[in-house]
Every structure is written in structure tokens, then in C-alpha cells.
Design a binder for this molecule. Structure first.
Ligand SMILES: Cc1ncc(COP(=O)(O)O)c(C=O)c1O
Length: 387
């Protein structure tokens, strides 16, 4: 770690895109005590910590059920399976997300059908285009609340209901985000959450959760996560499932962290406001916009470089890195253009907004403990780089 002299002499560089060590410094003793308690209990799978966390999470997301699973990829897959999605079906989703979103669709045997993005600074799927993509094979819609901002779930649910389609909300990056005051994960048939360590609510390994309102769907997932086991008879398996459970130690860690989440989201919002205030005069950057019905939890603060910017994105990122600022690109390749989906034959140019954003976006350091002087240095440096 370098300590800079002169005007930035209080800064420790590099400034990471996100850091968990400051969170550990603040609450590490509580996390350790919770993990040790589980170790001492001798109960490591589906014990009281998972139950407590599922109950608290269901309440927080205004859902009747919350079912802990192994990660946020399995949760998408299990939700689709519970809705009966499989071979020959189509699922409409965004073209701009982490690969897990479309990978989960492929894993069921179904085909992803990609929408372009709304060109409005939200980085979210173009909900207005969904209806034109519906075919007799369409079974579900999988919106992603990307970077911490909710999609327009009123519009999306109207289309889903009209065409009798299932809805799985990918809330991996958006725990506690709301649309019209209602939490993400409470609109569709399922809300799918990830507790990957760098998520807004992260555990110390992998973890995930499905939320839902329907007793039958919840029962299906509870069975599927334990090898399709009959709810009332151990070693009696009624359908092909998998082993995908939230670990007891991870649930204990999440139980410690959950009460801090609202404060962490407030910090993220304050940091986002700071970035917007400092960068809004830069004509070479497009800043993120938040729709008026949405409350974002700013998993990322992502900007896009304009076409007339004096430097390429690579050059901007290199210049930032040289100054000790670790910005990252989420995501440099759209989902349809990933090799995984080459069989779909989607060509460059078919989803122009997503492709333009994949070429121009970058995310700035964002975590609740980011210091004001670090943010000031990031903004000043970025403005200098862009002239
Ligand atoms: C949008 C999105 N969906 C799904 C996932 C998958 O979650 P996990 O890494 O817990 O499997 C992630 C995170 O990695 C994600 O960002």
C-alpha cells in the first residue's frame, strides 16, 4: 500500500472498487462470535440460523416465504424450475447483466430471448419492448434490477399478467431497493437474491435466497433444494432436484449483518449523490439516472463515456489505475454476444443500446465505508483525466 504525500497525504492508495476489510474492522468481532456459536452448536445445515434469517428476510421483502439456497445462480435456476420452465420454452430477459442471469435460463433447457436496454441512464431492460418478443413458447420474464435500481415492476407485471407469464426478479444487486415503495422481490412469482461477499448484503462465501408469496411454489423450491425430497418423508424423492442450501454459518453471518443494511444503503446513496454533484458538469460523462418511482441502493455507481470523450475507456481506466483508483467495467460484453450464447446466432448491432453501454460504461469505487476524502480524490482525478 502506498501512502501519498503532499495534498493527498491522508489517502491510502490504491482505493479499491469495493472493500470488505473496513466492514470487518467495524463488526468483525460480532461476525466471529456468530460463526463460533454455530461451530459449537454442531448443527451446520438448515438449523436455527437459517430459519431466523429466512423469517427476517421474508418480512423485510414483504413476502410470505424466503428460502435460503446456496447462491444467487442456483436461486434463479430453482425459481425457473419451480415455474416449470424447461426444454422448448423461452424466457425474456435483459441483454445487460452478469452471465448468471442468462446461464440459469440455459441450464433449465429453455432459450433466453434478450431485450435491449431503455436508453435513459438506468441501464435497465426496455420493458416497452417485451410484448413484441412474446411467442407461444414464452414461459417467463426475468428482469434484473441492475446496479441496485428497480425495474418498472408495474409495467412489467401488467405485461406478465396479460400474457399469463411467470416472473422471476433477479435482485442479486438490489436487496432493499424499491419500486413505488415496494421492495424488489415482492412483485413477481419469485425474487432471487445473492449474498456473494461483494453484494450489498454479503456473507463470507456463497449464499442465496428465493422470496415468494405462493405456498405451492415455496414448497417446490424447498423440495428442489434438497434433491427433490418429499416434504414429509426423508429419503423419498419425488422430482429431480439438487443440493443447494444456505449454510448455517453463512446464515449466522447474515443475521449479524442484516440490521446494518439500511445504514449501508443510506451511505451508498450519499456517496452516489456526492459523485453526481462532483461529476455533473463533465460533458464527457453520462451519469446514472434514478427513476422517480425507484429507490436505488447503488450497488454500483456506473457512468458512461460519451462518444466525443478525449480518451478511450481503456485509457481512462489505465489513467485512474496509475493514480491509485480501481474502477471496473460491469460488463464489457452483452449477454447475447457471450460465447455461451453463440448458438442463438445474435449478431453485433442487434441490441445497440446494450452494446454501446458495454463499450462505454465503468463503475467507480462504491462501498459504504468509502471516505469523503477518497471520493473527493476520485472525482478530482477523473475530471483532470477527462480535461
Ligand atoms: C445480476 C446477478 N445475477 C445473479 C448473480 C449470481 O449470484 P451468485 O454469484 O450468488 O451465484 C449475480 C452475482 O454474482 C448477479 O450480479
Amino acid at each position: 500500500m502506498t501512502v501519498l504525500s503532499a495534498e493527498v497525504n491522508t489517502l491510502q492508495l490504491p482505493i479499491p472498487i469495493m472493500s470488505l476489510t473496513r466492514q470487518y474492522e467495524a463488526i468483525g468481532n460480532k461476525l466471529e462470535a456468530a460463526a463460533i456459536k454455530v461451530l459449537q452448536s454442531g448443527v451446520y445445515i438448515l438449523g436455527s440460523e437459517v430459519k431466523t434469517f429466512e423469517t427476517a428476510f421474508a418480512q423485510r421483502t414483504h413476502c410470505k416465504h424466503a428460502i435460503g439456497v446456496a447462491n444467487g445462480t442456483d436461486s434463479l435456476y430453482l425459481a425457473l424450475r419451480a415455474l416449470g420452465v424447461g426444454e422448448g420454452d423461452e424466457v425474456i430477459t435483459t441483454s445487460f447483466s452478469y452471465i448468471a442471469t442468462s446461464e440459469a435460463i440455459v441450464r433449465t433447457g429453455a432459450t433466453p430471448v434478450f431485450t435491449d436496454l431503455a436508453d435513459d441512464g438506468t441501464y435497465l431492460m426496455n420493458i416497452g419492448s417485451i410484448e413484441s418478443l412474446i411467442t407461444p413458447r414464452t414461459k417467463a420474464i426475468l428482469p434484473v434490477h441492475l446496479y441496485g435500481q428497480a425495474c418498472d415492476m408495474d409495467a412489467l407485471m401488467t405485461v406478465a399478467k396479460k400474457h399469463n407469464l411467470g416472473v422471476v426478479e433477479d435482485c442479486a444487486q438490489a436487496v432493499d431497493a424499491t419500486w413505488n415503495g415496494k421492495p424488489v422481490g415482492s412483485f413477481g412469482d419469485f425474487g432471487s437474491f445473492s449474498f456473494f461477499p461483494t453484494k450489498n448484503l454479503g456473507c463470507a462465501g456463497d449464499g442465496g435466497m428465493l422470496t415468494c408469496q405462493d405456498d405451492d411454489l415455496a414448497g417446490k423450491v424447498r423440495s428442489l433444494r434438497v434433491h427433490g425430497q418429499n416434504a414429509f418423508a426423508s429419503y423419498n424423492h419425488t422430482s429431480e432436484g439438487m443440493n443447494s442450501r444456505l449454510d448455517e454459518i453463512q446464515a449466522a453471518i447474515l443475521n449479524v449483518k442484516l440490521p446494518y443494511l439500511a445504514d449501508w444503503s443510506a451511505s451508498r446513496n450519499a456517496i452516489a449523490k456526492g459523485y453526481t454533484n462532483a461529476l455533473k458538469t463533465c460533458k464527457f460523462l453520462t451519469l446514472p439516472t434514478v427513476q422517480k418511482q425507484a429507490a436505488s441502493v447503488f450497488h454500483q455507481y456506473t457512468v458512461a463515456l460519451t462518444a466525443d470523450a478525449p480518451l478511450t475507456r481503456d485509457a481512462v481506466l489505465k489513467a485512474l489505475e496509475a493514480k491509485g483508483i480501481m474502477a471496473r467495467v460491469y460488463y464489457p460484453i452483452t449477454l447475447p454476444l457471450q460465447g455461451m450464447h453463440a448458438n442463438l446466432g445474435i449478431k453485433k448491432g442487434q441490441l445497440p443500446v446494450a452494446e454501446r453501454l458495454a463499450d462505454t460504461v465503468f463503475s467507480l469505487p462504491m462501498f459504504p465505508e468509502l471516505l469523503a476524502e477518497e471520493q473527493a480524490y476520485i472525482c478530482k482525478t477523473l475530471l483532470e483525466i477527462l480535461g
